[in-house]
Design a protein around this ligand. Structure first.
Ligand code: AMP
Length: 211
């Protein structure tokens, strides 16, 4: 009896784009289109299991093999730093990881001591300041609406993803430096790639044709 291929999808802005991509690669995703509270959807006919997880947890499911493959943003991969294969850049949900702050800080960043940096991405912010700017800074972890931090005096700068720049602009902030290009990625568990190589490679090929 063939085993299941288990696919972890990120809940949120990546969901619909991920479903379209899989469907166009030949995976029947009709189960994902039903309105249900079920956490795991099992397609017995095609031997596929799907589940939706919080984006930050998708790399964990894939690292441990609870999911064979996953679709997640590069921001999450950089932050979670899990042991897995990143096999494809899917090219959608593009944005940039940026250092941002008030315009007054342009050209003054290096002379400003004791900087506080607010971010959802503590690891990315820490690595950027340590390796690129060679500075030790205080990193303040937030879980969303990070743009608020400099406005209320919680931090001088932020590290966050920027898509159109509208959120920054509307809050009087600007990009001070670009840290990384972000987009959705296909990730694969290291053991699954060997044990289920035929199915996974066929899926990778199906996806590649769309890129
Ligand atoms: P924007 O105003 O278009 O620059 O969008 C920026 C806001 O949307 C920020 O608060 C981000 O946290 C969020 N955001 C934009 N793009 C992404 C993405 N690809 N993944 C996750 N969050 C994003």
């Amino acid at each position: 009896m063939p085993s299941y291929l288990t696919i972890a999808l990120s809940k949120g802005r990546l969901t619909d784009l991920s479903v379209d991509l899989l469907e166009n690669a030949g995976i029947d995703c009709s189960l994902l289109k039903k309105d249900t509270r079920k956490l795991i959807l099992v397609d017995e006919e095609n031997k596929v299991k799907f589940f939706l997880a919080k984006p930050a947890d998708v790399p964990t499911y894939v690292e441990y093999g609870a999911a064979d493959i996953g679709i997640v943003g590069k921001d999450t991969l950089l932050e979670e730093a899990k042991d897995l294969y990143e096999v494809l850049n899917l090219g959608f949900a593009k944005c940039k990881m940026c250092l941002a702050g008030p315009e007054e800080l342009v050209g003054k960043l290096d002379s400003l001591s004791n900087k506080r940096v607010a971010s959802k991405y503590v690891r990315i912010a820490k690595e950027y300041f340590e390796h690129k700017r060679r500075e030790t800074v205080e990193i303040i972890k937030l879980n969303g609406s990070v743009e608020l931090a400099p406005l209320v005096g919680l931090s001088e700068v932020i590290v966050d993803v920027v898509e159109t720049g509208k959120t920054l602009r509307e809050n009087g902030l600007i990009i001070l430096d670009e840290i990384a290009d972000i987009s959705a990625r296909l990730i694969v568990n290291r053991v699954s790639l060997k044990m289920k190589s035929e199915r996974i490679k066929a899926l990778i090929e199906g996806i590649k044709k769309q890129l």
